[in-house]
Ligand binder design. Structure first.
Ligand code: GTP
Ligand code: MG
Length: 250
């Protein structure tokens, strides 16, 4: 194992965690991600819904469970599909969600899992350290505003609500796939709302985020996808049944 893969041992990480990776036109970045994540865990579920760049075509030698859907349905839909697959595997004791495009460092997984395990959490969400030098200002601004709005309106106490690097307990993941059908990026906000409103133990932990020049891997459509996220928040605000009333630990 080279120095880059010499991550700290965290009991149960390899045998218990199933990693779910949604993937859409991630190009060469996918294999670079798999090279680093596959040695860490026994099971990786990859969900590709309609990539046209062939990124998931030749993965011989990678121990991944591949789910290929015929048409593009969005990141959230792919996550739901992947979580279903992960829950059906007999040894899944936790489900980690990670992006395919290299923005999440697999090296952060042991620390995230350690937080999950030590606190018996239901949902651990990465908090990205979005520094000025490497993060496009639109991404930084958008993330800060969304987290601020979610905090003010729904008393959701996360400083980053859109980070896709997460760990879910099987009981929370089971409830999530039962209650949410999945769409695009708003599905990740729906996950947080379910955790906040459903009395699940929600935690956050710092993660690194890597932005390549121009953020070329992004499929986030600034206006349309932001509106979908705000629509989700608006519906949660209007429905009194979704008012926050959870036990929360940050
Ligand atoms: N299966 C699937 N995966 C998707 C889809 N859209 C995005 N993804 C994956 O979700 C992950 C994050 O997608 P991005 O478009 O980079 O979104 P983001 O990282 O939240 O946004 P940026 O900060 O703009 O990069 C990547 O692994 C993508 O391949 C989709 O429609 N289907
Ligand atoms: Mg991205």
């Amino acid at each position: 194992m080279d120095k880059d893969n010499a991550y700290p041992e965290v009991t149960g990480l390899k045998s218990q965690v199933t990693v779910v990776i949604p993937c859409f036109n991630a190009g060469h970045r996918l294999k670079a991600t798999l090279d680093r994540v596959c040695p860490l865990v026994d099971r990786v579920v990859l969900v590709d819904d309609g990539s046209t760049d062939g990124c998931t075509d030749s993965l011989e030698g990678y121990p991944v469970i591949k789910s290929v859907l015929p048409a593009n349905r969005g990141k959230g839909y792919a996550l739901i599909e992947g979580i279903h697959r992960a829950l059906a595997l007999p040894d899944t004791g936790a489900i980690a969600l990670m992006d395919a495009d290299g923005q999440h460092d697999p090296g952060d997984l042991p620390a995230l899992f350690d937080v999950y395990r030590r606190h018996d959490a239901d949902l651990v969400i990465g908090t990205r350290q979005l520094d000025r030098a490497r993060t496009p200002w639109r991404s930084r601004f958008g993330n800060q505003v969304t987290a601020w709005v979610a905090g003010k309106l729904l008393r959701c106490p996360l400083s980053d609500t859109q980070c896709g690097y997460r760990i879910l307990s099987p009981r929370f993941a089971g409830a999530f796939v039962t209650m949410v059908s999945g769409g695009r990026y708003e599905t990740e906000m729906e996950m947080i709302l379910l955790a906040v409103n459903g009395g699940y133990t929600l935690l956050s932990a710092p993660v690194t985020t890597i932005y390549e020049a121009g953020n070329r891997s992004s499929h986030f459509r600034k206006v349309r996808d932001s509106l979908r996220i705000y629509g989700t928040l608006w519906r949660a605000l209007r429905n009194p049944d979704t008012a926050p009333r959870s036990r929360r630990r940050m």
